[in-house]
Design a protein around this ligand. Sequence first.
Ligand code: PXG
Ligand code: PLP
Length: 448
Amino acid sequence: MKNNTHGLSQAQLDAHWMPFTSNREFKKDPRIIISAQGNYYTDADGRKIFDGLSGLWTCGAGHARPEITEAISKQSATLDYSPAFQYGHTKSFELAYRITELMPDSLNRVFFTGSGSESVETALKIARGYWRKQGLASKTRFIGRAKGYHGVNYGGISVGGLSPNRALFGQGIEACHLSHTMINDNKFIKGLPNEGTYLADELEQLVALHDASTIAAVIVEPLAGSAGVIPPPVGYLKRLREICTKHNILLIFDEVITAFGRMGSNTGAEEFGVIPDLMTVAKQLTNGVIPMGAVIAKQEIYDTYMETGGPEYMLELPHGYTYSAHPIACAAALASLDILAKENLPERVKDIAPYFQNSLHGLKGCSHITDIRNYGLAGGITIEALGAEQGKAEPAKRPYEIAMKMWKKGFYVRYGGDTIQLGMPFTSTLPEIDSLINALGETINEIR
Ligand code: PXG
Ligand code: PLP
């Protein structure tokens, strides 16, 4: 067996089919992370690497927080697992209540899942069931948005709007899509763009085409993350809300990236002043330490299930995961939300966001950059496709090369499609922002 420098054999490397990874490229020259502390990773060569995406938008409070470590260790020694169905443990109720305190008032019923994808699937099912329970069984269609990312399960890829995530997988569920808001007028705009609010009116056209009697819900990310950070035009989400209310269509905000601080508020709903009927969360809920997600519903939706649930011993919602409300995940989430509150992290994000914004937009003028977008501590840069002039476009090549060079220089940034994404830790210092942005500018200019 051949050993590579990381002590892993080729057979071991080959055995793991890695998610959303170029497996063949990775396994030739693996990027192995050994440990993490605060805002930095240490790799197999002992190098310190700044975490410019907070894990995968997960670890805003920084890595290896002792409060979370302790909570997990205590919980696993006390109650490591508890059957999720028909029996309960105290932490899930404490956590559910704690989450509702961070939500807009009317969102006050929490269903736990194991991830963002499961949260999306759960929200879509709750939405369809809600209408069916009211005798409106034809309301099954979902409306998503181009460039939307809602995880990888069949419901999520159906409402999602990233074609590479759908192309291989055949028939999904009934869904159509609004246009995205990444229009030419909005290039290099700092924060929320003023143009593009009119794009919300496409919802009226889709309702006219399909009829509200066939539509269960609209699902959007308040700020699209995976597509490369697309902040909503001013008034856009409010307009979607008005049209949904007018036509009796549920509005779902997928806040897997935007909830718990990233936008400078507890949620995107709070930050942008628009209240959905259902919200999906995950990632930052446990600071990324343990998988956990949740769907938060308006009480009226929960009450509808209860009122139509039949005899009391019967299930109102035949849905749930083995790991729903896992006790260790609940303990991690409680500790993580404690840190968020104690250290005022959403406020800290709001405080340093203008600095991040100016620093990031200072990259305008570097080679290949065709757009820069930001809000809170999220930033997206579009890179012109290699070979676009010759009609042989390779949109993902330059972002890949940029991210690899950055890794070598000691900075982790995310690349996806034709974009580079930044999701700075909430605990970033201003010099850390400067050094990441400087290295990024230098690196982008080095690329052919
Ligand atoms: N909805 C949204 C809005 C997300 O951002 C999911 C659902 C799915 O969550 P899970 O936990 O099933 O992965 C996500 C996840 C990126 C990146 O590079 C984004 C995500 C995941 C991995 C990478 O932007 N978002
Ligand atoms: N597949 C099989 C055969 C199962 O028994 C279960 C759960 O009991 C599942 C899938 C679903 O797993 P989970 O509840 O972790 O989503």
